[in-house]
Every structure is written in structure tokens, then in C-alpha cells.
Design a protein around this ligand. Sequence first.
Ligand SMILES: Nc1ncnc2c1ncn2[C@@H]1O[C@H](COP(=O)(O)OP(=O)(O)OP(=O)(O)O)[C@@H](O)[C@H]1O
Length: 219
Amino acid sequence: MIRFENVGLRYGMGPEVLRDISLQVPERSFQFLSGPSGAGKTTLLRLLFLSLKPTRGLITVFGKDRSHISRTELPLLRRRIGVVFQDFRLLDHMTTYENVALPLRVRGREESSYRTDVTELLKWVGLGERMHVLPPVLSGGEKQRTAIARALIEQPEMLLADEPTGNVDPQLARRLLRLFIELNRLGTAVVIATHDIGLMEQVDARRLILSGGRLDIYD
Ligand SMILES: Nc1ncnc2c1ncn2[C@@H]1O[C@H](COP(=O)(O)OP(=O)(O)OP(=O)(O)O)[C@@H](O)[C@H]1O
């Protein structure tokens, strides 16, 4: 679905943060992205989500050359990619249900057409009882699961998650990991950025390790 060939990225006039990165996100794959703090994991996820342009190299997204994708096409392609950000980015004045439904509402969908889907998804992530509360009263793990549900509501072909177990205890981390594995079994490609070696050891998945701006791949 996504292919990088010798991709480099620098912010402004700064040094290259990523150098000669070549990777693929095949359909239905499961990969971890790791490396020390500041190695460029979030930057790489932003390139995958099309919110940054590479400063050199080639990125192909769903068969299209990234540099030829127009501004009007970008939101359509992004809809096929779900993202869970490190800081959740939930809207505090909307309930859990409303936060998850927001991407559909923005697209002008009638509530009656998605009510069941949103409710079922919230139950799937274990938030069936927390649908009508506001984010400020949710625990870190509940916020995390709300952000995951919002990333999944449009049934993306690929899910990118930035430190999705960063703020939760080991038990919840395992539960979230099981959610990602189940999602992957249902057909979604998954890329999880994490520092958590214990988490990576629980799944036999490809590891993309960044250090010094370069990427090593371990199968
Ligand atoms: N918007 C920006 N402008 C300038 N430099 C940036 C910007 N964002 C990130 N950087 C720099 O790029 C490098 C990689 O940052 P990035 O956030 O991608 O790393 P990371 O591996 O995700 O780190 P962490 O594990 O701490 O979240 C760092 O040196 C950082 O200071």
C-alpha cells in the first residue's frame, strides 16, 4: 500500500532527520517501528500519513506517486489511513460517542446511518459503558481506546499508532495489543511505533528500527 524508496527528510534548514529510508507497508501486514527517543519515529509516521512531504526520495501511496497527489486528492487518500496520535487529540466538549462519530459527521453523514456502527465499535474497544461521558473524566487507557475507535470508524486499510501503550499499565497494554492483532486479522495493515520492548516481544512481527536517521529492518 505504501512504498518508500531512499526517502530523506529535513525540517527547514536543519540536518536530515531521516536518511535513505526504504520500506513497504504491504496489505494486511503487522509491523513495529522502534528506536531511541528523537530517532524520527513520529516523523516517519507523519510521512506515512501524508502530513509531511519528503525532502528527497520516492513515496508511493496506494499506487500513486506522493509528489503528484493534489490537495483535493489528499483527504480521500488519508481517509484510507487511520491514525492514533500520541496525545489522542480528543475534543473535550464532545462525548466519547461524539468524538468517535466526528469523522463521519464531518463528511455529512446522517446520524441514523452510523449510530449502530459507532456503538458497536465502542463496545468492541470496551467502552460500551463510557459512551456518553466527556474525555476529561476518562482514564488514560479509556482516552487511548476512544482515539483508537475514532481512527477505526472509517474502516481504514491501514492503522498507524504512535506509542499507543505509552500511558497505560502492562495489563491494558496487552489488551490493546490484542485489539490491534484482531484488527490485523480482520484485514487492516498495522504499524505501531513503540519504545516498549516487552510489547514487541509478544508478537512475531517485522521490526523497523530507526537510529541515527537510518532504518534497519528485522524479520
Ligand atoms: N516540527 C519540527 N521542526 C523541527 N525539528 C523537528 C520537528 N519535529 C521533530 N523534529 C526533530 O526531528 C527529530 C526526530 O523527531 P521525532 O519526533 O520524529 O522523533 P521520535 O523518534 O518520534 O521521538 P520520541 O520517541 O521522543 O517521540 C528530533 O531531533 C526532533 O527534534
